[in-house]
Design a protein around this ligand. Structure first.
Ligand SMILES: [Zn+2]
Length: 192
């Protein structure tokens, strides 16, 4: 990105803005913010706007500052948030605790750049998550296909699941690039 005016133009997220996908950096609560200050700067001769929002956590009354913008021509928005959670000590409460434990281990290993361990933990989390969703099959592959056939795994999640399954022998670079989608996939799996 060469300019802040490009924020959201080439990559980002679907949705109305970042407020519902931020975890509080102080108490880790997710999706519990309200906007307490909002400023925007509009690009000349364009509908493009940069939003400068201060959000307040409904749980602990901490604050985060967000800079976000919708892409000039697309449906995506992208954002930068300060501060971000530093400690990785909790997983979303509605997840099964064993899945959450592996998920946290994966994230910690990712942060410490232990790619092999991160992938191993992500695979374990995936396996437990599939079983929690009552997947049937003798192998991880069959379990993924079973849940996909039942419509529980959307196609993109199914593809990611197979990628995780096939990871094992890959290089460190590949592991580093692939582990984040795996963790995102687990999040999606439990939001369905
Ligand atoms: Zn909070």
């Amino acid at each position: 990105m060469n300019s802040w005016w490009s924020l959201g133009d080439h990559s980002g997220y679907y949705g109305e803005g970042p407020i519902h996908r931020i975890a509080c950096p102080f108490c880790m609560e997710e999706d519990n913010f309200k906007t307490v200050a909002h400023f925007e700067k509009k690009k000349a001769n364009s509908e493009k706007r940069l939003n400068f929002d201060t959000l307040e956590c409904g749980n602990c009354k901490g604050y985060v500052m967000t800079l976000w913008s919708r892409g000039e021509y697309g449906e995506l928005y992208d954002c930068r948030v300060l501060p971000w959670p530093i400690r990785l000590e909790s997983h979303p409460e509605h997840w099964p605790s064993d899945v959450g434990r592996y998920w946290l281990q994966a994230k910690k290993n990712l942060k410490d750049e232990n790619w092999d361990a991160a992938v191993l933990m992500a695979r374990s989390a995936l396996q437990l998550a599939l079983r929690d969703k009552k997947a049937k099959g003798k192998t991880l592959k069959e379990e993924i296909e079973d849940l996909a056939a039942k419509g529980i795994l959307p196609p993109i999640v199914k593809d990611w699941s197979h990628e995780v399954r096939e990871l094992g022998n890959d290089s460190a670079t590949l592991l580093r690039d692939k582990t984040p989608p795996v963790l995102m996939m687990l999040r999606m799996l439990f939001n369905f």
